[in-house]
Write a protein that binds this ligand. Sequence first.
Ligand SMILES: O=c1ccn([C@H]2C[C@H](O)[C@@H](COP(=O)(O)OP(=O)(O)OP(=O)(O)O)O2)c(=O)[nH]1
Ligand SMILES: [Mg+2]
Length: 155
Amino acid sequence: MSHSPLQVPIVQLDHAGDLPLPEYASDHASGVDLLAAVEEPLTLDPGERALVPSGVAMALPPGFEAQVRPRSGLAAKQGVTVLNTPGTIDADYRGEIKVILINLGAEPVTLARGDRMAQLVVAPVTRVAWEPRDDLDETARGGGGFGSTGVGSGV
Ligand SMILES: O=c1ccn([C@H]2C[C@H](O)[C@@H](COP(=O)(O)OP(=O)(O)OP(=O)(O)O)O2)c(=O)[nH]1
Ligand SMILES: [Mg+2]
């Protein structure tokens, strides 16, 4: 299996020049870390959310998306997560990638410029063409869901 990376055009919208491109933090990390491209430190009070710029825009090839996911360290240590996780970056989006962070912890959390705030995972997507029908094929599960399987159908 080939591991050659997907080539993705990227633009650094933040022109200060001190922020590197989003990078993979280990050899086989799934996501690149998105950096907070804030001019001044940003403090999120408990319960507060913010739309935080990443400083980058990209042109994903058709057939791919990017998912904005939380970093577990930030979540476990400080209670900060991505409100709309996984955020969806469409292949035809050319604007700045922004991260909706929320502080679910009990203490204020401050993000400094360049702090790694979330991770971005590029993944293939399948688009569908609907085939309208009057009914669907039968399966053992049928319409059962929401805890329908197992002893007593409990949770
Ligand atoms: O966490 C996110 C989620 C989305 N976006 C950008 C890229 C995405 O392609 C666009 C639209 O996102 P989405 O479809 O989730 O939002 P919407 O509320 O449906 O807006 P729209 O009507 O623009 O699609 O916003 C981000 O920068 N960060
Ligand atoms: Mg949308």
